[in-house]
Design a binder for this molecule. Structure first.
Ligand code: DAT
Ligand code: MG
Length: 137
C-alpha cells in the first residue's frame, strides 16, 4: 500500500486544530500508520526543506516550522501521495478547492496547516527523515 508523510504544522498545533485535521484524514479513508509530535530544530527544518533553500520565503518557512512542536504522521491508502495532496488543497489556501483542509482552515500561504510529500520518491525520503527503521517495523 502506498504511503506518504503528513505534517500537522505548528499553526495547526497552536490553533488546537490537531483533532479536526486527524478527523479529516481518517474520514478521507487514510490509515494513520505512525504518528508523533516533534519540535523541529533549525537544522532539521533547513534539511527537510532543502529544495527551497535560497528562495525568498525560505527564512520565514524555517522560522515558522520551528515555532512550536508539530505532528508528523505516515499515512497509507491507495494512491496515497496524490490523494493526500488533494485532501490538503493547493499551497496557497486562496487557490485551494472548497472542502480542502487548507481552504477551510489555513490563514495564509506561509501558515497553511499541513504538509504532504509531492512524489512517491520524496515520500520515502521524508518518512525516513522522521522515522527510524525500528519505528517503521
Ligand atoms: P507545498 O507545501 O504545497 O508542497 P511548496 O513545497 O512549494 O508547497 O512550499 C513549501 C512551503 O513553503 C509551503 O507549504 C508554504 C511555504 N511557501 C511556499 N511558497 C511560498 C511563498 N511564495 N510565500 C510564502 N510561503 C511559501
Ligand atoms: Mg512541497
Amino acid at each position: 500500500m502506498e504511503r506518504t508523510l503528513a505534517i500537522l504544522k505548528p499553526d495547526c498545533v497552536q490553533r488546537n486544530l490537531i483533532g479536526k485535521v486527524i478527523d479529516r484524514i481518517e474520514s478521507a479513508g487514510f490509515k494513520i500508520v505512525r504518528m508523533k509530535m516533534v519540535h523541529l530544530t533549525r537544522a532539521m527544518a533547513e534539511g527537510f526543506y532543502e529544495v527551497h533553500n535560497g528562495k525568498p520565503f525560505f527564512a520565514e518557512l524555517v522560522n515558522f516550522m520551528t515555532e512550536t512542536p508539530c505532528v508528523v504522521a505516515v499515512l497509507e491508502k491507495n494512491n496515497c501521495v496524490e490523494a493526500w495532496r488533494k485532501t490538503m488543497g493547493a499551497t496557497n489556501p486562496q487557490n485551494a478547492e472548497p472542502g480542502t483542509i487548507r481552504r477551510d482552515l489555513a490563514e495564509n500561504m506561509g501558515r497553511n496547516i499541513v504538509h504532504g510529500s509531492d512524489s512517491t520518491e520524496n515520500a520515502e525520503r521524508e518518512i525516513d527523515f522522521f522515522f527510524s527503521r525500528s519505528e517503521l517495523l
